[in-house]
Write a protein that binds this ligand. Structure first.
Ligand code: PLP
Length: 383
């Protein structure tokens, strides 16, 4: 059995989620827009799931637009907001995000830059945290929107989203947050945001389903047209996906209630690695972080970065799945944009591995990982 410590890339479907989905794949397959009994049952199921997802972030069900994942939710929020503002407040031509966002946001900002928007990418400090003072210095009455993620997917570092939102709002700008990695792991309250992005597959739900919270009254334009989702996102609803997302959200809510933030075993793993690998350092150690994530930089006795890709491959051979930064960037040769933004050199970034735990990770699994390390250390450092 693989020891899976790559839960920031994606998570296993919870058994309860699977059970919730199955009837909607087979017997109860009707289209929620159909006027007959089975259609109405599908519509009810979608409504119940929407309420479960809304409860996780303190939203009203009507404030959620279901999407085909977080990438689409983020594009919908930002493009919709900016297109509306272009018509109503053309003086706002400036948008702000941070250097450590997910490519879902950064690539969109790059495209917006090419379309003529003035873009500020906020730097981060050595722990991966953007400075609110720096944000305050760049946001003006010409700023249309600020987008800052709630928690970073590579390091788990929590961002100062409440402060960032206050700065944006003080200047009449809109605030979007990508809460994909935070939701279901730490409490997330939509109250600070105009737009908030969620994804089911990071909380033991299915892939290809996400949600966008839109504050009542916030500017909005659909990205995909059609009558579904109250005309805010066209296309026949992904009923099994939405029902699975609802089940995953209510499980996550219950789980956070019962377990607080302590049962991820991250600290046991982190301190165990540091004890067994002299010179290893935690990236973002000085910041508040998600309780399930640790990003560790490995070096040899002289402090020279080791090749984390080799470490990853050797761990994989031992049945342990971890990652080098984001899943989407692995395979490429580019060093992590998150770690380099924190001031790591390319070699230091390439010496870093991300371990991300889930609520199903066990102490025995953590200990099994730790028991592999001395041999790996001997091989990679002294070889
Ligand atoms: N935002 C963050 C922080 C993520 O980690 C991910 C997933 O990789 C996404 C957005 C994209 O989510 P999705 O796969 O649902 O489009």
């Amino acid at each position: 059995m693989t020891i899976y410590l790559d839960n920031n890339a994606t998570t296993a479907l919870a058994p309860e989620v699977r059970e919730a989905i199955l009837p909607h794949l087979f017997g109860e397959f009707a289209n929620p827009s159909s006027p007959h009994g089975p259609g109405m049952a599908a519509r009810r199921a979608v409504g119940e799931a929407r309420a479960q997802i809304a409860a996780l972030i303190g939203a009203k069900p009507a404030d959620l637009v279901m999407t085909g994942g977080a990438t689409e939710a983020t594009h919908t929020a930002i493009l919709g907001a900016l297109r509306t503002l272009e018509e109503t407040e053309h003086t706002r031509s400036h948008i702000v995000t941070t250097a450590v966002e997910h490519p879902a946001t950064l690539a969109l900002f790059e495209d917006l830059r090419q379309q003529g928007w003035r873009v500020t990418i906020l730097p981060v400090d050595a722990d991966g945290v953007p400075s609110l003072a720096a944000l305050g210095a760049v946001v003006t009455e010409r700023t249309a929107l600020v987008s800052m993620m709630w928690a970073n997917n590579e390091t788990g570092v929590l961002m100062p989203v409440a402060g960032a939102s206050a700065i944006a709002h003080a200047h009449g700008a809109l605030f979007h947050t990508d809460a994909v990695q935070a939701a279901g792991r730490v409490p997330v309250d939509c109250g600070i945001a105009d737009y908030l992005t969620l994804s089911a597959h990071k909380m033991h739900g299915p892939k290809g389903i996400g949600a966008l919270y839109v504050r009542k009254g916030a500017p909005f334009r659909p990205l995909i047209h059609g009558h579904q989702e109250r005309r805010r996102r066209g296309g026949t609803e992904n009923v099994p996906g939405i029902v699975g997302f609802g089940a995953a959200a209510s499980l996550a809510d219950l789980w956070m209630d019962e377990n607080g933030l302590t049962v991820f075993l991250r600290d046991r793993l982190e301190s165990g690695v540091l004890a067994r690998w002299p010179g290893a350092r935690v990236n973002g150690a000085g910041a508040a972080r998600l309780p399930n994530t640790t990003n560790i930089r490995f070096s040899d006795a002289k402090g020279r970065p080791v090749d984390a890709e080799e470490l990853l491959i050797r761990l994989d051979r031992a049945g342990i799945a971890v990652s080098m930064g984001a899943a989407c960037s692995s395979g490429g040769n580019e060093p992590s944009h998150v770690l380099t933004a924190m001031g790591l050199t390319g070699a230091e970034a390439a010496a870093s591995l991300r371990f991300s735990l889930s609520r199903y990770t066990t102490a025995a699994e953590v200990d099994a990982v730790l028991s592999e390390l001395p041999a790996l250390h001997a091989r990679l450092v002294t070889a």
